[in-house]
Design a protein around this ligand. Structure first.
Ligand code: TRP
Length: 450
């Protein structure tokens, strides 16, 4: 097995861990996790989310990295190569295509929300939040999203930043950025948790997050928890497969993926611990949706000492975290354009970024001009978010589990996953039975099949 990737390799196991953590930790942890947990009643949702990370997410992540490292190409070509090798139908390449489509859809709105974060970095730095009131935070947020030109400008800046890194090749620069910026973000989150303890309603926030109320747990909430687990771990669309394709042959897949999954979950839970005590302390509604952290954090930074400094630093670090995630969302498409369309990297990055940028205009407008157009009570942005997280990513994860556990010969799998006998059999059984059954049952439960 001596394939190697034409796009380069990570210099070490640590480089992969950093890059994959950079992909996993982003807006999904700090922005999405709190608002989705808030919309789905807290505790029971969080419990299901953590169970999904451990029982579905981690096993599927091992499989996704394994496929990438074995195929050493973009997900489309990796699936073609592996399907040939295992004498399976060529239709498995559809998994790669599903991922490319999902990547574009997610990046299109991800960039818009990262744009809000950029806007908040500037607002925090110039002192807009100093001493701000509850009405004030509503007003600042409302004014931002009501203005399509402003949103478009920030979205454009963020997408351009993403294209620049992708054009240069992911193995340059990313490593160093993640090594310093992730720990810094982690520290600032700890500071915020400290503030939430001192100034917020900490007891109520903790109870909301960790005291499960199973009566609040609908089929849709369980589906949202699974979707959040896939989204937060960057699973199911080929991003982690792509990063796996750059992984050195000697690195242990179980260990590296475990580190990534645990760091990601820790950041999400910390974000929840920082946000909810402030939400309850200030009498905000936990279920107000995507604006939740922007309002809550503006209040927190507006009232802490040196809030302008800490606030702008925090939002800036969140922009970096979003950046390292956004890169992984188009890397599969870019790698495919290079491999199969013979484009240069720069050209491929500009094409892919432009497509995602254009799609993003729909999300920009869904907060203002198009906010009245809804389907099943959802705006364009809500639909994209729902379709990608709750449908496409779990479907991708299901296909990955089925391919790795049922289509690939066990001997091929054993070449990649170096686990002692018992542990290997356990993982393989989880991937064969538990993960596919879990995903299918959660889907069926959510559509009310039982
Ligand atoms: N996991 C990232 C976050 O939590 C977002 C992300 C990056 C992603 N790459 C992905 C989500 C691939 C799904 C699939 O912010």
């Amino acid at each position: 097995m001596a394939r190697s990737s034409m796009h380069g390799h990570w210099s070490s196991r640590l480089a992969f861990i950093l890059a994959a953590t950079g992909s996993a930790v982003g807006l999904g942890n700090v922005w999405k996790f709190p608002y989705v947990a808030g919309e789905n009643g807290g505790g029971a949702f969080v419990l299901v989310y953590v169970a999904c990370v451990l029982l579905l997410g981690w096993p599927v992540m091992m499989a996704e990295v394994m496929l990438g490292r074995r195929g050493r190409h973009s997900p489309v070509n990796t699936m073609r190569i592996l399907a040939e090798e295992e004498r399976a139908p060529r239709a498995w390449t559809l998994l790669g295509w599903l991922g490319i489509v999902a990547g574009f859809l997610i990046l299109s709105y991800y960039s818009v929300i990262a744009g809000w974060t950029l806007a908040y970095t500037v607002r925090a730095a110039v002192g807009v939040f100093d001493g701000i009131t509850r009405e004030g935070v509503e007003q600042v947020f409302g004014a931002l999203v009501a203005d399509p030109e402003r949103l478009l400008a920030w979205h454009t800046i963020f997408m351009a930043l993403t294209m620049v890194v992708v054009a240069r090749g992911v193995e340059h620069g990313l490593e160093r950025a993640v090594r310093f910026l992730m720990p810094a973000l982690f520290l600032l989150l700890l500071l915020l948790v400290g503030y939430a303890m001192a100034q917020g309603d900490f007891a109520r926030g903790v109870a909301f997050l960790f005291k499960p109320d199973f009566s609040a747990l609908t089929g849709q909430a369980v589906l949202a928890a699974m979707g959040q687990a896939f989204f937060s771990l960057s699973l199911g669309m080929g991003a982690i497969m792509m990063y796996g394709s750059y992984l050195p042959q000697h690195a242990s897949i179980p260990r590296t993926t475990f580190t990534v999954a645990m760091s990601d979950t820790a950041v999400a839970l910390l974000a929840g611990l920082a946000i909810f005590p402030i939400v309850f302390g200030e009498g905000l509604a936990p279920d107000q949706g995507p604006s939740l952290i922007f309002k809550t954090l503006a209040l927190a930074f507006g009232h802490m000492p040196a809030g302008a400094l800490f606030g702008s630093l925090f939002f800036l670090l969140l922009v970096f975290a979003a950046w390292t995630s956004a890169i992984s969302l188009i890397e599969p498409a870019v790698a495919w354009l290079i491999e199969s369309r013979r484009m240069r990297r720069v050209e491929a990055a500009v094409w892919a970024g432009t497509v995602a940028w254009l799609l993003g205009i729909g999300t920009v407008l869904s907060f203002n001009a198009w906010s009245g157009y809804t389907l099943w009570g959802r705006t364009f942005f809500d639909l994209l978010d729902y379709l990608t997280s709750n449908v496409m990513l779990p479907l991708g994860g299901l296909a990955i589990a089925l391919f790795a556990a049922w289509v690939m010969r066990e001997a091929s799998v054993r070449e990649e996953i170096e686990l002692p006998g018992r542990a290997f059999r356990l993982w393989h059984a989880v991937l064969r039975y538990v993960a596919p059954a879990g995903i299918v049952l959660i889907f069926l439960n959510a559509v009310g099949a039982f």
